[in-house]
Design a protein around this ligand. Structure first.
Ligand SMILES: CC(C)(COP(=O)(O)OP(=O)(O)OC[C@H]1O[C@@H](n2cnc3c(N)ncnc32)[C@H](O)[C@@H]1OP(=O)(O)O)[C@@H](O)C(=O)NCCC(=O)NCCS
Length: 229
């Protein structure tokens, strides 16, 4: 038994030596790749204001309404903003989760304030707020600059830079607008901004999850924005 064991052990040792080298090389490659992805995610997450690279996305005007966009982070949310997010999530999402909602609400509350959570907040600029308008250099878009009052919040996007299926992705955790500002292109505008942020941050994709019962959102993401399951 012992001899058999040793000899098997020896053969195993010889076999293992070559296998071990291959495994080690592969492991090193995998670890290096993982580190490179983690570095990309770290760099993206370290950016203080991902919106700053896209000044044309700071403001949005449609149907006589003007919106102002601002970025934020989960660990810097004020109490009123937390309350606002919770309320809007409840109003928009409770029916999609049904009896699962109390549990899901707790999960969302935790996710909301996580240090890795990144936000784009949308504020309605009140009428009469002093704004300057100017054209971008290509003359295609008007930039409105409202310096005084950023008004009341009307929606938000919560996103994170994470690794999914081996690639760095911008994961959209939430895209939530109040009913009164839907259907005027704001959702599309925010998703375009998130895609721009993802590209600029070297993310390989934009990902999100939608409740199966949320037909409107599924249509929005798949038919309008060409997301695929
Ligand atoms: C889903 C949501 C973000 C879309 O934003 P929005 O500002 O209303 O969408 P837009 O005005 O940019 O719409 C863009 C296009 O999508 C279509 N669309 C948007 N929402 C739709 C809906 N609920 N049902 C069918 N089509 C919809 C619009 O008809 C529009 O088409 P068009 O470009 O041909 O005119 C918004 O409706 C919302 O906040 N819903 C409640 C929360 C939610 O379900 N969030 C998604 C889950 S994370």
């Amino acid at each position: 038994m012992e001899c058999e064991g040793i000899s098997r052990s020896f053969r195993n040792y010889v076999d293992n030596k070559s296998t071990d080298t291959i495994v080690k090389t592969k492991r090193t490659e995998i670890l290096e790749k993982k580190k490179a992805i983690d570095d990309v995610i770290k760099a993206a997450s370290a950016h203080k204001d991902p919106l700053s690279a896209f000044p044309a996305f700071r403001f949005y005007s449609r149907h006589g309404m003007s919106m102002y966009l601002e970025s934020g982070r989960g660990d810097k949310l004020s109490a009123p903003v937390k309350k606002y997010i919770q309320n809007l999530l409840k109003v928009n999402m409770e029916r999609h989760y049904g009896s699962q909602w109390p549990l899901e609400e707790k999960v969302k509350r935790r996710e909301m304030a996580a240090p890795e959570a990144r936000y784009i907040f949308v504020y309605e600029v009140p009428n009469g707020s002093p704004c300057e308008t100017s054209k971008t250099s290509d003359g295609k878009r008007t930039i409105t600059n409202c310096l005084v009052d950023r008004g009341t919040m009307v929606g938000f996007a919560h996103f994170r830079f994470v690794r999914e299926e081996g690639i760095p992705v911008l994961y959209v955790y939430e895209l939530q607008l109040e009913a009164r500002v839907r259907g005027m292109g704001l959702g599309k505008f925010l998703m375009q901004l998130l895609e721009n942020i993802a590209q600029k941050s070297d993310m390989g994709a934009v990902m999100l999850t939608v409740q199966k019962s949320n037909f409107g959102a599924i249509n929005f993401y798949t038919s309008v924005l060409s997301f695929y399951p």
